[in-house]
Structure formats: C-alpha cells, structure tokens
Design a protein around this ligand. Structure first.
Ligand code: SAM
Length: 287
C-alpha cells in the first residue's frame, strides 16, 4: 500500500478570484504542487502560496495529440505521488470537468494504493449560468463536448438548453489548431445544429471573463453563420430552446397538481415582480 496522497484541485475560471478556500489550503499544505495554468496571475498566485510549485505546461508540445499530452501529465503526477508524501495537482476551472489528466491521475495512484481525492471548483458552466442568467435546474440542460456531439450523434431536444464545450477545436486534436480545420469543424457543427433548430435560430458564443474586472463575451450568432464566427480555446456555445416543452396534463392529474391554481400562483408572483420577470426567466420566452 502506498503512503502518498493526491489532492486534485481547480483554480476556477477568473484568475485568482474563484479559487475555493479548501483548494487554497490544499496548495499551501502540500509537499509537492504540480500545476497547469496558462494565466500568469494564477501561476504567480500558486507559486506564492507554495514556492515548491512546478508548472506542467512543458508537457504541451506543438503538434502533439491532446490525449497523449494528458496521459503524460497523469503519469507525471503519479510519479510524484510515489516520490513525495502529499501532492497537490492544480488545474484550471473545475479539475474534473473536461480534464482527462486529473481523472486518469486519480485512477493511477489509487491503483497503487495511495489516497487520492478531487475537490470541486468553479467551472465554465457555473460562470455561464451566472452571466447568461440561465438556470440549469428548472430549464434542464444538455451538455456535450462539441466534437463528441458530432462524432457520436445523440438525439437532442430543442425544448432544453444545449451547451457545447470546446467549439474552438471541433474535430481538431493537435495544438495549435489550424484555422482551416477550425472552420471545417464549425461548418459541420453548423449543419447539424441548423438541421435541428433551423439556420436562423440564434445561439450565444460565451467566454467568461478571465479577470474579475473584465466583462464576459456574449456574442449572439445565427446557427447558419457559425462557420464564420470568431472562436477561441475558451469559447462555449449556448443554444437556447426553440420551443417550450409540452405539458402532460395526464401526469399533472396523476400527481394531484391543480394546474389552474399553479397558473394563478405564477400570475401572482409575476405581478409581485413587476410583470415580466418570471416570464423572462425562460429562454426566448419559451414557456
Ligand atoms: C479543456 S476544457 C476545460 C474546462 C474547465 N476545466 C472548466 O472547469 O470549465 C476547455 C473548455 O472549457 C470551456 N471554457 C474554458 N474557459 C472558458 C471561459 N473562460 N469561458 C467559457 N468557456 C470556457 C470552453 O468550452 C473550453 O473549450
């Protein structure tokens, strides 16, 4: 049984301001810290918290497939856990959301009998919910990695918001992405989405602010115009519903819900909020 332990933490999306207290304590209290961050402020912050911190950025080689980079990073973290006692691995955003290396590292070190745990962080979807005023609870939420969404087509539902991650690298596996490959990927994505929603349906290209004092990028785009849109490695696409979901009166009856009373309460709440607020809560006035 191994004696090492691994804590995997995230720094949030906006530099420094979104790191949790427990993630901060994990960085401070570890014997070894390995981190991945492209942001100079975050790098400085981590190195100030713990001067032994070492960047993993050197693992990114131009032209190398992302999956190979992540495997090499996971191996490096596991090597460090064999060597040091308490290791902290730091990633951007939530360390378990679209971070293959973190999950792989945890599996590797657990398989060798060491302790490993992930702490949650603020991810891009959290920022999107805040900046777009979108509530994944009542509205529901479909969320896919954009390339995966195209390669493994799943039926999607145009009454529920759709979030697509990594639209800046659709079908592109090497870094940096070639611009013609990015356009080719966006073209395919535009075709598939336009078939479901129509080319006139408007989505939002979202980029959370990377500094607390900056504003996020929220750019409306017709699905048909997606191939020409400006996207980057931090772009996420939010596609609002095209129509409201249908109410099942049979189910309401079975659940004992009095629909006229529910409508009356909603009307009263709307009145209290000054008219439009409740209605505005659902995307594109969908409900
Ligand atoms: C490799 S994933 C990393 C996700 C990250 N671990 C998180 O917790 O959000 C990269 C993708 O996350 C999303 N993302 C990262 N930073 C973002 C930002 N500032 N604004 C919007 N989306 C972002 C984009 O879809 C981007 O292509």
């Amino acid at each position: 049984v191994g004696h090492g332990s691994l804590l995997v933490v995230g720094t949030g999306i906006a530099a420094v301001g979104q790191i949790t207290l427990e993630a901060r304590r994990a960085i401070e209290g570890s014997d070894s810290v390995l981190y991945l961050s492209t942001d100079p402020l975050t790098r400085e912050f981590i190195e100030d918290l713990n001067p032994v911190a070492v960047s993993l950025d050197g693992f990114y080689e131009a032209g190398r497939d992302r999956a190979l980079t992540y495997a090499a990073i996971a191996q490096e973290i596991a090597r460090e856990v064999r060597r040091a006692t308490r290791v902290c691995a730091v990633f951007e955003g939530h360390p378990g959301v679209f971070v293959e290396a973190s999950h792989a590292a945890i599996e590797l070190v657990r398989a060798e009998g060491h302790r490993a745990r992930m702490l949650p962080g603020v991810c891009a979807l959290d920022c999107l919910a805040a900046d777009l005023g979108f509530d994944p609870g009542p509205w529901g939420c479909q969320s896919y990695e954009a390339t995966d969404f195209l390669l493994y087509p799943r039926p999607f539902d145009d009454t529920t918001p759709l979030v697509l991650w990594q639209i800046g690298s659709v079908g592109v596996f090497d870094v940096p992405a070639r611009p013609d490959h990015v356009r080719r990927g966006l073209g395919a994505l535009s075709d598939v989405l336009a078939r479901g929603y129509g080319p006139e349906h408007r989505a939002t290209i979202y980029e959370a602010a990377l500094l607390g004092i900056c504003t996020p990028r929220l750019e409306g785009v017709r699905l048909g115009d997606l191939p020409a849109a400006a996207v980057s490695s931090v772009s996420t696409l939010f596609v609002p519903p095209a129509r409201a979901p249908e109410l099942s009166r049979d189910m309401a009856h079975r659940l004992g819900i009095d629909l006229s009373e529910a409508a009356r309460v909603e009307e009263e709440a709307m009145h209290l909020l000054g008219g439009e607020v409740i209605r505005g809560q659902t995307p594109a006035g969908a409900r």
